[in-house]
Design a protein around this ligand. Structure first.
Ligand code: PBG
Length: 322
């Protein structure tokens, strides 16, 4: 029955009615806060409010996040030294490993998810090792990624999150974890990670800009939604426990498609460039930051993400608690 019998405004009349019929809930319990750990702390200019943290600072921050009801952090390490192989990635005394141990010791209830990739550790900034012709060698990188995952597991990580986009890495990591006695450790696979310009500020934060070329040879083409579903299917077949889409905002259609294609939990990464845009626009008075952030995070949930990795986690948790 159309108008005048049907009037959708009836259920929008008061705040209580709107709340009663609200389809999507936003809660800090679904947030993961990314954290950059390094030997020296420093603010990240392109991401106001985000800093590189020392292990001690990371433990303090972890305590604040826990108090706000945020259940998980995702750790990225910035090593003091880089080499062609990225050997700092699987150093048991590396900054991510030390931070993981320290955070778990101080805040055992907080989940520590570790990003597994080589780009922060390689001198050339690519996510794998190089073949003699300068291309990124997929198969030679798998063993190094698996070693890195095992090192994170020994440090006490709760979830392993490979973000490199090499073919076969989820299977290689699963096999290595299982053989080392970590068959209970879940893998959150960056299944559909697009070659995106929205990672710009992260590369300043993590000092991981490729020295030459770009990541188009391994990350997904932004035009390809169907191929993203193939990546998701393959990662699930290899043993992924949670699948992630990244970035989030320009890829809400992919989040929705993945949500309807799988029964696994779905995560979305609200990336550095998305954060920087909101901060820059809010700083010139273009809009109310709080309203835009909550609207954005709700949209990512509405699209189908169960879990949101976001630099807004702390602010949003505070706003939601009020
Ligand atoms: C590492 C990695 C990147 C991000 C997460 N893991 C950067 C990249 O692929 O260049 C981006 C996160 C962000 O922009 O917030 N491979």
């Amino acid at each position: 029955m159309p108008f005048p019998e049907t009037r959708l405004r009836r259920l929008r009349r008061t705040g209580a009615l709107r709340e009663l019929v609200r389809e999507t809930e936003l809660s800090a319990r679904r947030f993961v806060a990314p954290m950059f750990v390094a030997s020296t702390g420093a603010p990240i200019d392109l991401m106001p409010g985000v800093s590189r943290l020392t292990v001690t600072q990371a433990v303090a921050e972890a305590g604040e996040l826990t108090a706000l009801g945020i259940p998980a952090v995702m750790l990225f390490g910035i090593p003091d030294e880089k080499d062609a192989e990225g050997s700092g990635a699987w150093d048991d005394e590396g900054v991510v490993q030390l931070a993981t141990q320290a955070i778990k010791a101080a805040h055992p209830e907080l989940l520590v998810i570790t990003d597994v990739c080589l780009c922060e550790y390689t001198s050339h900034g690519h996510c794998g090792v190089l073949a003699p012709d300068g291309s990124v060698d997929n198969d030679a990188s798998l063993d190094l990624l698996a070693r890195t995952a095992a090192s994170h597991a020994r440090a006490g990580a709760d979830v392993i999150a490979p973000s490199d986009m090499m073919d076969g890495r989820v299977g290689a990591i699963r096999a290595e974890l299982d053989s080392e006695g970590f068959s209970d450790l879940p893998i959150l696979a960056y299944a559909a990670k697009f070659a995106s310009a929205f990672y710009g500020p992260f590369r300043e934060a993590a000092d991981s800009t490729p020295a030459f070329g770009d990541r188009c040879g391994y990350q997904l083409d932004s035009a390809n939604g169907r191929e993203a579903l193939r990546e998701v299917e393959l990662d699930i077949a290899e043993g992924a426990d949670i699948v992630l889409i990244k970035p989030a905002l320009a890829y809400l259609d992919v989040i929705a498609a993945v949500r309807s294609a799988t029964r696994l939990p779905v995560a979305a990464y609200n990336v550095s460039g998305e954060y920087a845009m909101v901060k820059a626009a809010a700083a010139i008075g273009a809009f109310d930051e709080r309203a835009v952030v909550l609207e954005t995070l709700t949209a990512i949930r509405r699209a189908g993400a169960d879990i949101i990795i976001t630099y807004h986690a702390k602010d949003a948790a505070l706003w939601l608690a009020r």
